[in-house]
Write a protein that binds this ligand. Sequence first.
Ligand code: 5AD
Ligand code: SF4
Length: 442
Amino acid sequence: MSKTAHIATFGCQMNAYDSERMAGLLAKMGYARAQGPDTADLIILNTCSVRQRAEQKVYSYVGELKRLKAANPDLIIGVGGCVAQQEGASLLKRLRHLDFVFGTGALERLPELVSQAAEGYRMADTGLDAAPSPEIIVPARPGLKALVTVMTGCDNFCSYCVVPHVRGRERSRPADQVLAEVSALSRAGVREVTLLGQNVNSYQDPDSGLDFAGLLERVNQLPELWRIRFTTSHPKDLGPRLMEALAGLDKVMEQLHLPAQSGSDRVLQAMNRGYTRAQYLERVAELRALLPGLALGGDIIAGFPGESEDEFNETLSLLAEVRYDFLYSFMYSDRPFTRAGRLSGKLSEEAKRERLVRLQALQREIGLEEHGAQVGRVVEVLVEGPAKKGEGLMSGRCRAGRAVNFPGPPELAGRLARVRITEGREHSLLGELESAGEVKKP
Ligand code: 5AD
Ligand code: SF4
């Protein structure tokens, strides 16, 4: 019987992509996908340390694996990703049931580490300087949508953020490699790709110097691909070329994630974000003028050290001014290695939570209004399959990235449908099918 591996993924889309790569490398070693951790011969944790809560989740998951190891001493357990990078060999000391630790730069060495662990060696590999591997890995059974990393790491050092410390410096993948990967995915049936980087605006092809707008132009030419999204854009680096690509390239969807983090100039400066509130709003106005249908997403941190009530109110007013379609909001969380961790004026958990609740209440109102404004419009939906909730409903996303549910036959999966919106809910839109287009090629 073949060996099986289970990969538990925590955190962002970058980790989801890395987990796919890990699965590809393990498949080459003969590991099939396990049904779950209980029956696996190998368990990999791909971890996140962006906030304390994320890190705690990893430790409680690791704790639960102790009983599996006790029942099956041959079980191999490896921890990868950002917590692995952050903690390194100390994880092996503290958690005796772990077999190996591999950081974010050691992903491609996973096969060696697994082989060594099978021979009884306990190792930690946390070298960060490796360039992204040129290998193209396409999942055995890709779905309609896929993630492709175009750059790794971050040079921005926002004062609250652990990412530059656990992902290293910015490195762009050569455009030819990205193209080859997206092209292989689209030939295997993928119709929508999301290009990933901590800061895609500073993408630069190491060979030709091509920028991100140029990369989008090339991806836009792949015939089997229908849709392109990308994330994340840093407001300080969002220039006219990218704005024009967003507006002008037919396959690039009308959606942009543009994290503001705060609406207060003093806090933005303390965060080392590199823009002011006015500059942020100016970019938003330019974008909206160019692309009136654009859905904007944002990230906000509530309760940054020293944030006053007035400064927080400036964030609320930024929300009201921008009117995001989707917002991720977080309570500030102390992270190792960061400058903000050493600042005075930390807020209590209750104070941060209270601000987060206010942020979310305001966003709920705005989101409902924005969704309500969609009623009567006809949108293009890439149909993914039956809706999780709701009998007989099919589900997909419109070009702006909103979830759309509508009554329709299961055969629509994999097709583009035109749907008239009849109701705007908090997290999704309801609609009626007008017509359906091309079938997904196998
Ligand atoms: N505390 C709270 N939120 C954080 N983020 C990053 N670091 C922290 C932190 N220390 C948020 C930012 C970022 C998103 C991915 O996570 O909003 O954009
Ligand atoms: Fe973190 Fe700032 Fe880099 Fe984003 S841009 S990953 S918030 S340091």
